[in-house]
Design a protein around this ligand. Structure first.
Ligand SMILES: [Zn+2]
Length: 248
């Protein structure tokens, strides 16, 4: 194998990290080119490590990696966007951690989706500047589901395909909204009125005409239920695992 094949370049956002051995870290990135990727940052836990100092959580970096036998190794890092200083504020940190964790849980390694990279990058930038970062979570989460092909339509029943008219019900276990014919009432269903569905559709739309940022309560609840379903476990701001930031 030539030297060129053994090393490659990638642009990544740091999703999290954990300790490896005495002084190393395994850092998890979402990369534009290769999707989710774990790589070893050698000596990154040493106080004066240049590589370690540049791999801050949620930061965007340009790096050179070397193919390793099991894990690839980060050889050099250039910072493209530092957000850590702005994110060290409890609400921003909680919301940013949630965004990073949702990408980590829902994205598969080695399956690049450049639109998800761009979505995460723009969302972290917005959170770092916002006094009310919670407002970004509903839209971010639904856009993420859309880019992964899991956003349900807001205008027809996901079982029979009939157009939705008055009230409908989000049933996360069915992956979408149900009309009164198909609905099987249970505690987890979320009732959506026509205005809630319009808001839901607008939250999932790409930036531009008709896109919304502000979520109505029922639309936000519907998105959270879908996320919990696809993550196969509930994810809550108050119950964040230490993974994303704990060991950095
Ligand atoms: Zn139906």
């Amino acid at each position: 194998m030539s030297g060129e094949e053994r090393s490659y370049q990638a642009e990544g956002i740091v999703l999290g990290a954990r300790a490896l051995g005495e002084a190393d870290r395994i850092v998890r990135f979402l990369t534009r080119e290769h999707g989710k990727l774990d790589a070893v940052a050698k000596g990154a836990r040493r106080p004066k490590s240049r590589i370690g100092g540049r791999l801050e959580p949620a930061g965007r970096v340009e790096m050179m990696l070397h193919r390793g036998r099991s894990l690839d190794v980060v050889v050099s890092v250039e910072e493209r966007s530092r957000r850590w200083a702005a994110l060290v504020e409890p609400e921003r940190l909680a919301v940013a951690s949630l965004a990073l964790e949702r990408v980590d849980v829902l994205c598969e390694p080695g399956e690049p989706v450049p639109e998800i990279f761009a979505l995460l990058d723009a969302t972290i930038e917005a959170i770092a500047k916002s006094e009310h970062p919670h407002r970004f979570i509903a839209r971010f989460s639904l856009r993420l589901l859309d880019l992964l092909g899991s956003m349900p339509p807001a205008d027809r029943c996901c079982l029979c395909g009939d157009p939705l008219e008055d009230r409908s019900w989000l049933d996360a276990s069915e992956g979408g909204m149900l009309d009164s014919k198909c609905r099987r009432p249970h505690r987890e269903e979320i009732a959506l009125d026509p205005e809630d569905r319009i808001n839901f559709a607008a939250l999932g739309r790409e930036r531009g005409a008709g896109a919304a940022v502000e979520a109505r309560p029922q639309a936000a609840a519907a998105i959270e239920a879908l996320i919990a379903h696809y993550c196969a476990r509930p994810l809550r701001v108050s119950a964040l695992p230490g993974y994303a930031f704990g060991s950095l």
